[in-house]
Design a protein around this ligand. Sequence first.
Ligand SMILES: [Zn+2]
Length: 494
Amino acid sequence: MTAASENPAAATVPSVVDLLVTGGDVLTMDDTRRIILDGAIAIRDGIVVAVDTTSALRARFPGAAELDATDCVVTPGFVNTHQHITGDPLARSCAPDDLPPGASIFQWAVPLNDAHGPDDDGLAATLTLVDSLLNGVTTVIEAGTIGHLAPAAAAAQTVGIRAGLGVWGWDIEFGPFTAPTAETLARQAATLDMLPTCGLVEGWVSLVGHDLASDELLVGAAELARQRGAQMTMHISPTSNDAEAYVKRSGVRPLVHFDRLGILGPHLLLAHAVWLDDTEVDLVTTSGTSIAYCPWAYLHHGQGVSKMSSHMRMHRSGVHIGLGCDAPNANDGVDILDAARLAVGIGKDAPIDPTCCSAYDGLEMATIGGAAAAGMSDRIGALAVGMSADLVVHDATAPQWRPRGNPVQQLIWAAQGRTVRDVLVAGRQVVRNGRCTTVDEVDLRRRAMDHQSGVLSRAGLTIPQRWPVIDGRAASLGDGVLLASAPAQASAHA
Ligand SMILES: [Zn+2]
């Protein structure tokens, strides 16, 4: 009996398909986590209609067009559940990585967002989303800080990636894109009107979160999400600051306060949730709330994740935990498998127990965990009949895959996103042989370079240099020009 014939949906399998992805070792991430060596996936109208061995599907669909994945590993597309796609992507690696707490946000990210015009948002989104595809990420949930939605949404549609997008949502007194509560809620509703749910690019209710929303906004946003069948996301507790603020504000920790307001639930994806106490972990579990876990951001900022993280424990107990790469001021990469590797490492190291999790947990978080956290587990996260054909072909002839071992371990610990060869989103090939098919990458990166200085200038920022920099490019004759001199502490690092 073939795999597809075991599935009730097999009765509806068409006799003709658009494409067979053949010859690869397929990590299906289906309900039983089958791994099919020399496997194949049949796709019709962007949907997976059969998953089986290559010989079985060639026999069933003779003459079908094929994408040859021989010597490759095929996985579902990866899900990034927390990614800022505007604001600081054009200033990647510009903010120093040793700033004091909060400075990368308020001295860099906020002014950069404020300095962005519509064109900058569209370009930054395109850059981030193309890089995501090149790392095998087929779904990106934006973190709720888009200033100009229309160009960002157009960018996602042009790139051809699956995305959940939201606009800045806060009703604080001062800050970019802040507005009174009613106006902030109206913007959220307009986002849902513009980008209906279940499209490739869908609207989300998104608040900045932290301690930067009134109770009226928190409740109104949750009601809007529930009424419209939309998902909602917001930041909370990457450090101890939010807990201290909420105790001062309401007498209880943040998730206890949210529970009293009635805003927790399956519609809600909390970004971070690192500094939770046991009561808050219980509230996440019992309410069905999901978490976007961005381990590189907490290490980059030195926020105590290795002491406080309960994410792996929550994942193992059934909480929907997705992975995120956050923002360039916190993590310059968008490789979700790199985040998965780190999540597994922290999961072992924090309890000082190598037996408590494995690469299998990391791959679950990057696929079905992220899909469930984003409220999309009916569509993405696994290669199974009826799911969208969002998949990644990894080139297993690359050095990271030779010699071959356990494919799950090798993907997480050795390859990450560096061996992505081809990517399909809803059956459309958006990466071929490591190059994006929907956007001219050379022109994209040139435009990003051109826009950077203008954005930094409008934000009043310059790229600091600790060590002396000699600009040989500026000197057509003779010695180079000294651009920056080394402060005294540089010699201590030399
Ligand atoms: Zn964030």
